[in-house]
Design a protein around this ligand. Structure first.
Ligand code: 1GP
Length: 252
């Protein structure tokens, strides 16, 4: 099973951008989920990411089953820990926190959960996960017990992404952390995007369609938005339209 990854690679070749809505199972009930699903279908959202640094509740399975029963948008797990895995999803961002130096999040937790992850039957997408300083401590920076990449150190971001790609990671995810005060700069995105071949996911603190658009122009392939949509659900449509309005000309 590698159909979702193939679709990402294919879209990248065509210069097409994707928009993903991040759903934190802790923050949604069925009524809100129904609203999110309806708006996502209407706005042609490409992916639904499900997860969070802390998933306290135990209705992850239920949440994903409900999404799958009501739409055909692929559901991609974005787990904060190995316990946030559900066989009802379509794919898993198999994250290694390559920006940090906490061995548990680089490989330790993967070893412990490997048989379980393998059994899940999910499409596994190895992802070099890079947390970039978002201006204030975010949940991910605290929980990961690892320093984020300083926001203005584009070279560190570049070298980290290159190392991840050469280690065989199929995706790079640059994240300023959920609710970040400052999103990742276009300069850093450009630096990384122009030097790697694999699809680049960018998220954290993106609150306006303009910023989503500029990030795509700078080279992001997938834009992820969580918090801003929790505050104003109508943003789904504007964000999705902004992302989809970017179609880069690919030189052949
Ligand atoms: C966080 O990249 C995601 O891991 C999305 O962040 O909630 O700030 O949009 P926001």
């Amino acid at each position: 099973r590698n159909s979702i990854y193939q679709s990402l690679v294919e879209k990248k070749k065509q210069g097409k951008k994707s928009f993903a809505v991040l759903i934190d199972p802790d923050k949604v009930d069925i009524a809100l989920l129904d609203q999110l699903i309806a708006l996502s279908i209407e706005a042609k959202v490409d992916y639904l990411f499900v997860g969070g640094s802390l998933v306290v509740s135990n209705h992850l399975d239920e949440c994903i089953q409900h999404i799958k029963e009501n739409c055909s948008i692929p559901v991609i797990l974005f787990p904060g820990s190995p316990s946030q895995i559900s066989k009802y999803a379509d794919a898993l961002l198999y994250l290694s926190l390559i920006s940090g130096r906490n061995p548990e999040l680089l490989i330790g937790q993967h070893v412990i959960s490997a048989p379980f992850v393998k059994q899940s039957g999910l499409e596994i997408m190895s992802t070099g996960y890079m947390v970039v300083d978002g201006g204030a401590p975010t949940t991910v920076s605290y929980i990961s017990n690892a320093s984020p990449i300083p926001a203005d150190k584009n070279e560190i971001a570049l070298c980290t992404a290159l190392a991840g790609e050469m280690l065989g990671m199929k995706l790079i995810y640059m994240d300023a952390g959920s609710g970040a005060k400052r999103a990742i700069t276009e300069g850093m995105i450009k630096k990384v995007a122009s030097n790697i071949e694999v699809p680049l996911i960018v998220g954290g603190g993106i609150t306006t369609p303009e910023k989503a658009y500029l990030n795509c122009k700078a080279g992001a392939d997938v834009i992820v938005v969580g918090n801003a949509i929790e505050k104003d659900i109508a943003l789904i449509k504007e964000m999705s339209a902004a992302v989809h309005s970017v179609e880069l000309k690919i030189e052949s």
